[in-house]
Design a protein around this ligand. Structure first.
Ligand SMILES: Cc1ncc(C[n+]2csc(CCOP(=O)(O)OP(=O)(O)O)c2C)c(N)n1
Ligand SMILES: [Mg+2]
Length: 290
């Protein structure tokens, strides 16, 4: 039997350390973007604070034993956010840092869309949008039946709210009282064809989840303290309800020239800009700005 250190809330870092880890996640993602010359970097930068909170504050797992039965599960429903998830898995110690140099190349364990069969720590092959929550419901129910106390985190995007299966899963989760299910929604107000809420209006979103029987948190997804508090409340809640954290995020967060770039599903980054982006990120982090 393999023995390995267990990461988890008991070892959760102070906020400044967590901010440093979120910075490192952003930096790993930018490096991968540079290696491949492309990547969903706007999303990765926007989602890094939530990923840092999940992997470096809230979740229990063993970096050297990614399939340990007692681990909290993290499902990347929006498979195109793989670059962000790999960056978090590197920071979590599940993927070696050197491996980021292979991102997106043939034979790499880090393909451009998340694949469960390729990558340690990647629980599902997401990317067919709207499916992650349906799988998460089944997993959470299974864990409850086995008296396994692990949490299931589903990570999804606001474009996925257009998918009917999400709402069927939401009904099922509350019907079964899945208190071990925490759904994380990235509300970056962007999807392939424009502003998500204008393409298919989803507001008032908190009311919708609440009426489906969920405990709801809505936070600025780039305010680390608020994100940590929301995760903590969701983990501590005694009610037999599934939990959702609706996170309003800013695409490109941490690199001002990308934050203000015209918001597209695929933010344009010119070859010389990857290094500039890393330099600005480093500089702002050194100044304590986020
Ligand atoms: C079921 C399904 N429909 C369409 C697509 C094509 N697609 C890939 S990413 C994407 C955008 C979805 O919205 P969101 O994830 O919010 O976009 P982002 O915030 O990353 O811009 C679409 C439509 C897909 N992968 N799966
Ligand atoms: Mg979106």
């Amino acid at each position: 039997m393999m023995t390995s250190a267990t990461a988890g809330p008991a070892h959760a870092p102070a906020l400044a350390t967590l901010a440093h880890r979120a910075y490192r996640i952003r930096r790993f993602a930018l490096r991968m973007g540079e290696v491949q010359g492309q990547g969903y970097i706007g999303q990765a930068l926007g989602w890094s604070d939530v990923l840092a909170t999940a992997f470096c504050h809230a979740m229990t797992y063993r970096p050297d034993e990614p399939e340990w039965e007692g681990r909290d599960r993290f499902l990347l429903s929006h498979g195109h956010y793989a670059i962000a998830c790999y960056a978090a898995l590197i920071e979590a110690g599940i993927i070696p840092e050197e491996e980021l140099e292979t991102y997106g190349s043939d034979d790499s364990r880090l393909p451009m869309s998340g694949m469960a069969t390729y990558t340690p720590g990647m629980e599902i092959s997401g990317g067919s949008l709207g499916q992650g929550l349906t799988i998460a419901v089944g997993m959470a129910l299974g864990l409850q039946l086995k008296n396994n106390p692990a949490f299931v985190y589903n990570s999804m995007s606001d474009g996925e709210l257009d998918e009917g299966a999400v709402w069927e899963a939401a009904l099922s989760a509350s019907h079964h009282g899945l208190s071990n299910l925490i759904n994380l929604v990235d509300i970056n107000r962007q999807q392939a064809d424009g502003n998500s809420n204008e393409i298919l209006g989803f507001e008032p979103l908190a009311d919708k989840w609440q009426s489906f029987g969920w405990h709801v948190e809505r936070v600025n997804g780039n305010d680390l303290q608020a994100v940590v508090a929301a995760f903590d409340r969701c983990r501590a809640l005694a009610e037999a309800k599934p939990r959702v954290i609706l996170c309003d995020t800013l695409m490109g967060k941490g690199v001002p020239f990308l934050e203000t770039r015209e918001k597209n599903h695929f933010i344009r980054v010119d070859p010389q800009e990857w290094q500039q982006a890393i330099a600005v990120l480093d500089e702002n982090h050194a100044k304590g700005e986020r």
